[in-house]
Design a binder for this molecule. Structure first.
Ligand SMILES: C[S@@+](CC[C@H](N)C(=O)[O-])C[C@H]1O[C@@H](n2cnc3c(N)ncnc32)[C@H](O)[C@@H]1O
Length: 271
């Protein structure tokens, strides 16, 4: 128990040096976000999220994104289905980055316009509809909350009652904040308490990754996951898997900011 707390405390200490602007630069610019390439990693993720929300089985009022970081791509499809979206992150610096975008302030580290345009095209709309999508997302985001997935109640229950969410999205969070597979599975169980029974989880994450760079000189350890581990953890924490899809990184997407070999996308339903 004490070791577990030491490990997660060491992880939390490391995250204090996380650099949102550098992280965005490493992962959310070309070649990883090249909208002219079918095999680029970001378009792959956006297509999976678009399909998952377009299938018609996901619904309700409230979508919660767990461990949003400084990014918004993961809620661009969901905001068309849910009237309310709650973003969450452990770090104030990431929450502040999201607030800057929400208030349409100057000084954002990232221009999400190409992302909004791309998702509009996936939805069969003209790219120029991106301004409407941005406005819709800004209206939908009702809160940006602190979260710690290592706590049995990851969100403050006074601000977010248990089982309130109709759907959870979480991308590259649990494996990159957990010291080992046991902690990853435990964290998956913790975030499940936010979701109502019958609600959906869309989980995206890294395969075979042992570290990523959270900023210059900041190497963050990651639990190296395989498909079998992801499936077993979902089962153990009370989810029925609907679909697991895997993307293998082409050689030129291996740009030295991590040692990821692939990405998984899981669509699951809470029992
Ligand atoms: C690899 S980033 C993923 C960010 C974003 N979701 C994405 O898709 O790029 C991991 C995120 O987990 C957050 N984090 C760190 N410790 C956490 C914890 N104990 N609970 C929840 N999130 C945490 C970090 O602040 C960071 O934003």
């Amino acid at each position: 128990m004490e070791q577990k707390e030491n490990d997660t405390a060491a992880m939390a200490a490391r995250y204090q040096r996380f650099d949102p602007a550098a992280y965005l630069q490493y992962n959310y610019t070309p070649p990883r976000a090249d909208f002219d390439r079918e095999d680029s990693i970001v378009p792959w993720k956006l297509a999976r999220l678009h399909r998952a929300f377009a299938e018609g089985d996901i619904g309700g009022e409230l979508l919660v994104d767990v461990g949003s970081g400084p990014t918004l791509y993961q809620v661009l499809s969901g905001c068309e289905v849910f009237d309310e979206v709650v973003l969450t992150d452990f770090l104030e610096s990431n929450r502040e980055e999201l607030r800057r975008w929400l208030r349409d302030e100057k000084g954002c580290s990232m221009d999400w316009t190409p992302y909004l345009q791309h998702v509009c095209k996936l939805e069969g709309r003209r790219a120029s509809a991106w301004t409407e999508k941005a406005a819709k997302l800004r209206r939908a985001i009702s809160d940006i909350l602190p979260i710690d997935v290592h706590r049995p109640q990851p969100l403050d229950p006074r601000r977010f009652p248990p089982a309130k969410a109709d759907c959870l999205v979480s991308c590259f969070c649990l494996e990159s904040v957990s010291p080992d597979l046991t902690a990853f599975t435990r964290a998956l169980g913790h975030i499940g308490t936010l979701l109502r029974p019958g609600g959906h989880l869309l989980l995206i994450g890294a395969l075979g990754e042992s570290f990523y760079m959270g900023g210059p000189g900041l190497k963050i350890p990651v639990v190296p996951l395989g498909e079998a581990e992801v499936c077993a953890s979902l089962k153990e924490t009370g989810y029925t898997l609907i679909r697991l899809e895997v993307y293998t990184l082409p050689q030129d997407m291996r740009v030295g900011v991590d040692d990821v070999t692939g990405v998984f996308f899981a669509k699951a339903k809470k029992d």
